[in-house]
Design a protein around this ligand. Structure first.
Ligand SMILES: Nc1ncnc2c1ncn2[C@@H]1O[C@H](COP(=O)(O)OP(=O)(O)OP(=O)(O)O)[C@@H](O)[C@H]1O
Length: 233
């Protein structure tokens, strides 16, 4: 398993954001994480990449701690707001990515991707649009050739064509190299198009975690599950 959580939980002051979360993500899986606003998706992703310490339970990423996995450079993470350095250019970001990941960095793929997207190498990130900044952050995450991609609403700011192209790239990355991906999204159609597994979170609890066998029926499954979760709450 590339990622495992065991009874993972996170409390912010008195409020539980995530409780009793047990998950296992196999190599090559693309997991779509869906749930209402405030369900705990970002909290779960931040626990996985070591940005937050758990209140209880355990998380193992690539067989070790989240910190060790992140230090190894084998995890590509893009946070919800796709942070970039406003004062640095597109080319600076690629140089930074290369410097931080000297052994895995695919410089040709990174250059080709920014060319294809029309991101001018000399442009400062602060002057890119929100979607372009997201594309820059995604380029860095993909060009690291990670074993695990963790993406928080990666397609939210992309236009429909760019979104479809990005989803295709994610699938290509996982089929070519066995990379696994965990992506949170509100777009169930994207999960149906891309993902091999579905995880539904509501009110801080995993409601459903299963392989996707019927992409066409996925929206119904998600809506039914969220409806049940609301009744319980
Ligand atoms: N830093 C924080 N301090 C206190 N409470 C927080 C903090 N971050 C998140 N929360 C709370 O934890 C819960 C889960 O939030 P989280 O951001 O994980 O949800 P989400 O599923 O990613 O939501 P969205 O789809 O809106 O991005 C929410 O109730 C939120 O208010």
């Amino acid at each position: 398993m590339i990622l495992e959580t065991e009874a993972l939980a996170k409390r912010y002051r008195r409020r539980w954001a995530l409780r009793d979360c047990t998950l296992a993500v196999p190599d090559g899986a693309i997991v779509g994480l869906v749930g209402p606003n405030g369900a705990g998706k970002t909290t779960l992703l931040h626990l996985i990449v070591g940005l937050l310490p758990p209140t209880a339970g355990a998380v193992r990423v690539l067989g070790g701690t989240p910190d060790a996995a992140m230090r190894s450079g084998r995890v590509g993470f893009v946070a919800q707001d796709a942070p970039t350095y406003a004062g640095l250019t597109v080319a600076d970001h690629l140089r930074l990515g290369a410097g931080l990941n000297p052994r895995r960095w695919d410089a040709a793929a990174a250059r080709q991707r920014v060319d294809r997207l029309g991101l001018p190498p000399g442009q400062r990130a602060g002057r890119l649009s929100g979607g372009q900044r997201a594309q820059l952050a995604l380029t860095i995450a993909l060009s690291k050739r990670p074993d695990l991609l963790v993406l928080d609403e990666p397609a939210a700011s992309l236009d429909p064509l760019a979104r479809r192209a990005f989803l295709d790239e994610t699938v290509a990355a996982t089929t070519a190299t066995g990379t696994a991906a965990l992506l949170s999204t509100h777009l169930v159609a994207d999960v149906a198009y891309t993902c091999t597994h579905l995880v539904v979170v509501a009110s801080g609890r995993i409601r459903l975690a299963e392989p996707i066998t019927d992409p066409a029926g996925l929206e119904r499954v998600v809506l039914d599950e969220l409806g049940r979760a609301e009744e319980i709450a």
